[in-house]
Design a protein around this ligand. Structure first.
Ligand SMILES: C[S@@+](CC[C@H](N)C(=O)[O-])C[C@H]1O[C@@H](n2cnc3c(N)ncnc32)[C@H](O)[C@@H]1O
Length: 398
């Protein structure tokens, strides 16, 4: 498993820190995935441990993603040894890795809203020999241990907002690693505290089971066709009538006309599009069968940027490869399809011509006046104002 995720890191241009590699080779994942064979326990995928109806609400996260998020934390803090860590979302596996990483002078507290999860986590941590992890049951939207401060808070459920409790429980320059949804797309952000704000130092593409409790924020879906949906977030209002039959209309295509290398961080391009395509922005997702049948050809079937504008739908389409390099494209259906595909391609060309700038995120309190915000695209949430920026200077490895 670790060999595979090390290769996955290398393919993405990331470095697997040696102490994280050692921790992952040390903690027996099968202790946290009972009922699975050893082969299954060491697949590089998430293992769902609890469902509500069709929805997964608890899982042992995918090892490659755990390694990436621990890497984000360790890079931001210059190592995890001796740190005090709060993990939000328990299970035991990640807490054991954190226990290995902080060493004898650090501490690990893990909290989950679900008593079944905390009971199981406590039992398994004990069985694995990690006797000094504190396991708590609470809604981590609110302060968990009000008198304590942590160098690192690592959230392992998908959040829509950053409640004040997370910032306030950090030390002065502590780091929050959180899978945060903006415009329907989730990125794991490493955010360093600076007074009452948080500023990103890295981001990774990811997906997570949703946050429950007072911070829960439902995603809404509108059906486009059998197995194809638009995902709506941030209060977007697109009703079924607005998209009825749109995919049945002829398709127009626009290529950007660039030649990009394989490691180009398209997760940043998708955020760039979200900040530029206007009010009709949404995320298109599709079942594999719908892609196979040719109804849609999205850039990524789990979430491609899309926009609905006056009855015309456009979305970022699958890449066109020439040897080891690729071009970007857009598909559109509807009365203004050719113009809409061309517009989306134009926004992508602007990103490519700006040297594929990385995204950065600033999280400020909800009461921050407009004049105190950095320049960028503002997303207002319940507790915070998020500002997404794209700057060439902040470019990092991915
Ligand atoms: C992906 S699982 C955590 C995986 C875990 N870190 C591991 O090591 O395998 C996400 C967990 O977040 C928990 N959760 C969701 N909302 C929460 C909240 N508001 N406060 C605390 N825990 C929450 C869920 O009950 C679920 O068990």
């Amino acid at each position: 498993m670790v060999d595979r995720l090390a290769a996955d890191h290398a393919a993405k241009g990331l470095t697997l820190r040696p102490e994280i590699e050692t921790a992952m080779r040390t903690v027996p994942r099968e202790l946290y995935t009972p009922g699975l064979t050893a082969e299954e326990a060491y697949e590089n995928t998430a293992v769902v441990t609890k469902r509500r109806g069709e929805e997964s609400i608890s899982s042992v996260s995918a090892p490659f993603l755990i390694a990436e998020m621990l890497g984000q934390a360790a890079d931001a803090l210059g190592g995890l040894a001796g740190r005090d860590v709060l993990e939000i979302g328990s299970g035991g596996y990640n807490a054991s890795l954190l226990r290995e990483l902080v060493g004898p002078s650090g501490t690990v507290t893990t909290v989950d809203i679900d008593p079944e999860v905390t009971e199981r986590a406590a039992t398994r941590l004990e069985a694995a020999g990690y006797h000094d992890v504190t396991v708590l049951c609470a809604d981590a939207e609110h302060p968990v241990t009000p008198d304590r401060r942590y160098h690192l808070i690592i959230v392992t459920a998908g959040a829509w907002d950053v409640p004040p409790a997370w910032r306030d429980q950090l030390t002065g320059d502590g780091v929050l690693v959180v899978p945060l949804r903006t415009a329907g797309m989730t990125r794991s952000w490493a955010l360093r505290r600076s007074g009452d704000r948080l500023i990103s130092c890295s981001r990774r593409q990811c997906g997570f089971v949703p946050m429950q409790g007072d911070g829960a924020h439902d995603v809404r879906y509108v059906d486009l066709a059998d197995g194809v949906h638009l995902r709506l977030d941030e209060g977007q209002r697109i009703g079924p009538a607005a998209v009825e039959g749109v995919l049945a209309q002829p398709r127009q295509k626009a290529w950007v006309g660039v030649s990009l290398p394989p490691r180009t961080a398209l997760a940043d391009l998708d955020l760039w599009l979200a900040t530029r395509l206007g009010d009709g922005f949404a995320v298109l997702s599709a079942q594999q069968e719908a892609v196979d049948s040719g109804i849609v050809a999205p850039s990524w079937r789990f979430g491609a940027p899309a926009v609905l504008d006056g009855g015309t739908l456009s979305y970022r389409s699958a890449l066109r490869w020439t040897g080891r390099r690729f071009d970007l494209g857009a598909y559109a259906h509807g009365p203004e399809a050719a113009a809409a595909a061309g517009r989306m391609a134009e926004h992508m060309r602007a990103w490519a011509e700006a040297d594929c700038p990385p995204s950065a995120l600033h999280v400020l309190p909800a009461h921050t006046p407009d004049g105190d915000l950095p320049d960028g695209a503002v997303l207002d949430k319940r507790h915070s104002r998020l500002v997404l920026t794209f700057t060439i200077e902040e470019k990092e490895t991915r």
